[in-house]
Design a protein around this ligand. Structure first.
Ligand code: PEP
Ligand code: MG
Length: 574
């Protein structure tokens, strides 16, 4: 049956491939209804899986290695007893017959009921046995998935595969990258979560916030993912499939054409030059940045280097990574942000449990609270300045005392390098991210002491509108066009230009075509975005006349009705 799901488009492109369901918990299974003639087969499939699980236990028992503890037998016996409990051995069968549901779902429902019974026990030992129930159920589910034509758990490498998950953390996404998924689909998530940002930087189409895709889609269902419109089509018919194949090749052709702009300067029609920089997560991303024609790195999210690790990175390893990025850009600027850890990016060793992570010990706050971590990074960063055009960017500044403390750390690190005779660029530029309304509203203080500023619109919007950027329940309220956001942006860009302090935007707004002219009209001349978007934004710059857009941008700034703002923006982009 063909059906479509709508979510939030976070990384464009069209992918066509087979679903691979990711369960963090293997008791997460699909739920679907079978046509009546298939029910008997489904019952037989359950019976076969039950029998296979029994045989598996029997074989484990008879082949117990001599070194295995005798408790192993007791444990197997317990698992066999659980498997023979009527709720697991008969319940699912009856449920399939009665409700015509798939066997996996029936096993899951019956398992939940059995777990519920164990939960009621007064005795702690018995209560803990619910973990055994889950393990037995997982074995049964594994057997079910091994039946021909149903849920192969291995990844098919001969066909394009789309990963379908309830949620993916940024760390998960990086981990799955080598598996070359054609696209990512998640039930949770929002457009500016770090998961979405990673999907864009991997240049992999992605739709998030689908709510129940994980439940509705089955392993190996054929999927079409439209990362532009945020649509996922499940089991498309032939006509839809060929239409999307056509769209997919048109999209790829368009991207190839745009890449020809690689060496062109991004000049407006009136001859103003605009810098288009790339946001990267690791030194290897430099190749992509250059291929797409970026004239610098506006944001190197250094913390991504070290997610999924057991130990904290040492100075040498960090230095190598920063040096490689700096050298790779051949003298073009490479802006490296100090660790923005905390909230949705945790690193082993400095995990923090906060009641409200986005407002807690995150970014520069965490670095100042972990002096050793910060000092090590600063040493590595300063050493790398000697090998290219490295700038240091401080995230999430909110007050002058934080800024002063940070600058003292940097000075102290410089001094110790000096004493040790280690070379670094004495003129290294230090910049700050404006991503908290308090910083935007007291810009003078930051502009006076810093060499450059960069607006992190993802967080600036989150903190201005009090919307957790990782929470899909409030994703619809996340609005870059909210008049309060527009006024803050215009204020910061205007003020920085007036004070002569270089200003850029490195949040997701900088890579969205819809906002290019608006930001240009506010006076922005430096945009930093995920690499693949540089050619698109360049084309928009090349077709913009600053003189012509001026009055319309002024009109947008005077409007306070969201509908009116959108209408005017459409005119601006026409
Ligand atoms: C931002 O907040 O806009 C930004 C660029 O930083 P991050 O998305 O990594 O928080
Ligand atoms: Mg930020």
């Amino acid at each position: 049956m063909t059906f479509a799901l709508h979510g939030i488009a976070v990384s464009s492109g069209i992918a066509i491939g087979y679903a691979h369901l990711l369960s963090h918990n293997s008791l997460e299974v699909a739920h679907y209804t079978l046509p009546k003639p298939f029910v008997a087969d489904e019952v037989a499939r359950f019976d076969a899986a039950l029998q296979a699980t029994r045989s598996e236990f029997a074989s484990l028992r008879s082949n117990r290695p001599s070194y295995a503890a005798a408790e192993f037998d007791a444990f197997l016996e317990l698992h066999q007893m659980i498997l023979d409990d009527p709720l697991l051995s008969i319940g699912p069968r009856q449920m399939v017959e009665r409700e015509h549901c798939n066997a996996e779902w029936a096993v899951k429902v019956q398992t939940d009921a059995l777990v519920g019974q164990f939960n009621e026990f007064e005795d702690a030992y018995l209560r803990e046995r619910q973990a055994d129930v889950k393990q037995v159920a997982e074995r049964l589910l594994k057997q079910l998935s091994g039946q021909p034509g149903h849920q192969p758990t291995h990844l098919r490498r001969d066909v394009e595969t789309i990963l379908v998950a309830h949620d993916l953390s940024p760390a998960d996404m990086i981990q799955y990258k080598p598996q070359q998924f054609a696209a990512f689909v998640t039930d949770a998530g929002s457009a500016t979560s770090h998961t979405a940002i990673v999907a864009r930087s991997l240049n992999t189409p992605c739709v998030v916030g689908l709510h129940n895709a994980r439940e509705l889609i089955r392993e190996d269902d054929l999927l079409i993912l439209d990362g532009e419109q945020g649509i996922l089509i499940v089991n498309p018919d032939k006509a839809i499939l060929s239409e999307y194949k056509l769209l997919q090749s048109e999209w790829e052709l368009e991207r190839k054409k745009l890449k020809r702009l690689r060496t062109a300067r991004a000049n407006t029609l009136d001859g103003e030059t605009v810098e288009l920089h790339a946001n990267i997560e690791k030194p290897e991303d430099i190749a992509d940045a250059k291929e797409n024609g970026a004239t610098g790195v506006g944001l190197f999210r250094s913390e991504f280097l070290f997610l999924n690790r057991d130990e904290l990175p040492g100075e040498e390893e960090q230095f190598e990574a920063y040096r490689a990025a700096a050298a790779g850009m051949n003298g073009m600027p490479v802006t490296i942000r100090t660790f923005d850890l905390g909230a949705d990016k945790q690193i082993k060793g400095v995990e923090r449990v906060a009641s409200n992570p986005a407002l807690g010990l995150r970014a520069i706050r965490l670095c100042l609270a972990e002096p050793q971590l910060f000092r090590t990074q600063l040493r590595a960063l300063l050493r790398a300045t000697y090998y290219g055009n490295v700038k240091i960017l401080i995230p999430m500044l909110s007050s002058v005392s934080e800024l002063n403390q940070t600058l003292q750390f940097i000075d102290a690190t410089k001094q110790s390098l000096e004493i040790e005779g280690i070379p670094y660029d004495k003129e290294v530029k230090i910049g700050g991210m404006i991503e908290i309304p308090a910083a935007a509203l007291s810009l003078n203080v930051f502009a006076r002491q810093l060499d450059f500023l960069s607006i992190g619109t993802n967080d600036l919007i989150q903190y201005t509108l009090a919307i957790d950027r990782t929470d899909e329940d409030v994703a619809h309220l996340y609005d870059p066009l909210h008049p309060a956001v527009l006024h803050l942006l215009s204020h910061v860009i205007g003020m920085a230009n007036k004070l002569g302090v270089p200003i850029s935007v490195c949040g997701e707004m900088a890579g969205e075509l819809a906002y290019t002219r608006l930001l240009l009209g506010m006076g922005l001349r430096n945009f930093s975005m995920f690499s693949a978007q540089v050619p698109n934004i360049k084309q928009r710059v090349l077709t913009t006349s600053l003189r012509e857009i001026g009055p319309l941008v002024q009109k947008i700034m005077r409007a306070d009705d969201p509908m009116k703002i959108r209408e005017l923006l459409d005119r601006l982009n026409d």
